[in-house]
Design a protein around this ligand. Structure first.
Ligand SMILES: [Zn+2]
Ligand SMILES: [Zn+2]
Length: 185
């Protein structure tokens, strides 16, 4: 029988788990998964949709359609891949370039799903870094404005119902289901 941890292909030795994952469980830490490494020769030989298809082999599907990278990641948790020649690149940039061509200077890739390890091309979009930053600054200005209104109202009418409801303006970014700021990468 194989280990009960998803994607682990090691034989279960301690109950339902392999030794490695039994230890993780015992110590109360997240399950460690082996890091997969795409073959640089394959990467060099493929382009376009075939390159994307190859890279998707090193991902795992998540419920919302995300394809989470099982290869290396950088310190910030972004998917990384070692390209032919040894340069390390962010995998989602490689994916976007394979689909839409080179990313022009000044443009960044934005994760619509906010999952840093996701490399699903449908969840990625190129955006002008300046537009992203402008949007963020506008939102911050708006939040500061709300804070000032709240202070003014508190002075004028401390028992006002609007002050009683603790609206989480600090994490609000204007869209119903994204409580955090969109990642700017
Ligand atoms: Zn295991
Ligand atoms: Zn995603």
């Amino acid at each position: 029988m194989v280990c009960a941890v998803d994607f682990c292909t090691t034989t279960a030795r301690l109950g339902d788990y392999c030794r490695r994952h039994a230890t993780d469980l015992e110590r109360g830490r997240p399950f460690r998964l082996p890091v997969l490494t795409p073959d640089p020769e394959e990467l060099a030989a493929l382009e376009g949709q075939r390159l994307v298809n190859y890279l998707m082999r090193f991902t795992v599907k998540a419920g919302n359609g995300c394809r989470l990278w099982r290869g290396a990641s950088d310190g910030a948790g972004y998917a990384c891949v070692t390209m032919p020649g040894g340069s390390v690149q962010r995998t989602y940039r490689v994916v976007v370039e394979a689909v839409t061509g080179p990313i022009p200077p000044g443009y960044t890739v934005h994760h619509k799903c906010a999952a840093r390890r996701c490399v699903n091309p449908d969840h990625l979009e190129r955006s002008d870094a300046r537009a992203n930053i402008g949007e963020m600054l506008a939102r911050r200005g708006f939040l500061r404005y709300i804070g000032e209104l709240r202070d003014a109202l508190a002075e004028h009418d401390p028992d006002h119902w609007l002050l009683a409801s603790r609206v989480r303006v600090d994490t609000f970014d204007g869209t119903p289901d994204s409580p955090r700021e969109p990642s700017v990468t």
